[in-house]
Design a protein around this ligand. Structure first.
Ligand SMILES: C[S@@+](CC[C@H](N)C(=O)[O-])C[C@H]1O[C@@H](n2cnc3c(N)ncnc32)[C@H](O)[C@@H]1O
Length: 320
């Protein structure tokens, strides 16, 4: 995802909906423990914490003792709302898998991973590798969600539909994942009954939206920005005046909703087994390294040597 300019990052923050608190209540109720959550692609921290009528509304921070919130975009992180339970970190794409795992808390340490409106931007294979390592084997969950359609009123929605259709030539594979509501998103985790790979659950996000907020939403809307990068202005002044006419009273703050799609999963038995084997191997290697102890190395070497020698003696007897 391209870094937003400071101006657009402001527009983005003002226009986006706040995720309903009951989503986090339900997710927290399904996790085994509540020590640690990871909000990946946190942006301004919308899933970690929210602000409503000047009150802080902790979300993940309400339920988890520690929230690690990460993003590759520093302009977004600068605007994130601070909270004692949340630590924000800039994570450039150059970070290694081991560095990411360590930053988030280490192997087998995270109770809930949330990627809100974000996972479709990620390089999925490395992200899922990190997710599978950090997720707590017992009771750990990963939730990904996206919202795409905005439902305002029949008059506004019909213009919006034409705008959405006009983005077809400019859509990237990443955008298509969002447009299709994560139905084609690879999601290699076991279902817990809240959606599964290919079958996300559908949810509504109620929101109050002013005309100014709606125009802010349009101006920071990724598909329109992508078209603009290719020299085509989809959100023209003419279109904005059509939206203004359809809106009715300029001062009208409307009750609208966004259509959202969510998939929640846990590690499969085979993932847990793979992790256990990797952990055992790492344990042997780090024990040898940490001890840097020639006695440990000598005894392991001697045991291996004795095993091989016994096998050779056995083979020799069998073949004689
Ligand atoms: C549409 S925003 C969503 C922000 C926030 N989670 C929300 O719900 O509004 C997507 C965020 O993902 C971040 N992002 C994109 N690729 C990323 C990556 N590989 N690792 C971490 N964050 C990434 C972007 O910088 C951006 O802040």
């Amino acid at each position: 995802m391209a870094a937003l300019s400071d101006k657009l990052a402001d527009a983005y923050q003002n226009a986006r909906p706040r995720y309903p608190i009951d989503w986090f209540t339900k997710l927290a109720a399904r996790t085994g423990q509540h020590k640690s959550a990871w909000d990946v692609g946190t942006g301004n921290g919308q899933a970690a914490i929210g602000v409503s009528f000047f009150h802080l509304v902790p979300k993940l921070a309400e339920y988890f003792e520690k929230v690690t919130a990460t993003d590759i975009n520093e302009a977004q992180l600068k605007r994130a709302v601070k909270h004692e339970r949340i630590s924000y970190h800039h994570t450039p794409t150059t970070m290694s898998e081991d560095q990411m795992v360590a930053l988030v808390g280490g192997d087998n340490s995270v109770d809930l991973i949330v990627a809100a409106q974000a996972v479709h931007y990620f390089d999925l294979a490395p992200f899922y590798n990190v997710a599978k390592r950090v997720l707590r084997k017992e009771g750990g969950l990963i939730a990904v969600f996206v919202y795409n359609d905005i439902i305002i009123s029949p008059e506004v929605d019909s213009i919006m539909k034409r705008l959405v259709d006009s983005t077809f030539p400019f859509r990237t594979p990443v955008m298509n994942l969002a447009f299709d509501g994560y139905k084609t998103l690879p999601f290699p985790f076991e279902s817990i009954g809240m959606g599964s790979e290919g079958k996300p659950i559908m949810l509504d996000i109620p929101h109050k939206l002013s005309l100014k907020g709606f125009i802010g939403f349009l101006r920071s809307w990724q598909p329109a920005m992508k078209a603009k990068e290719r020299g085509v202005e989809l959100v023209t002044e003419d279109l904005i005046s059509k939206f203004e006419d359809a809106w009715g009273d300029d001062d009208d703050v409307k009750d609208i909703f966004y259509k959202a799609h969510m998939i929640v999963g846990k590690l499969s038995a085979s993932d847990i087994e793979r992790h256990r084997k990797r952990f055992d191997t790492n344990c042997v290697v780090t024990t040898l390294k940490d001890h840097n102890n020639s006695a440990v190395i000598a005894s392991v070497t001697a045991a291996a040597f004795a095993g091989v020698a016994a096998y050779c003696a056995y083979s020799a007897r069998k073949n004689s």
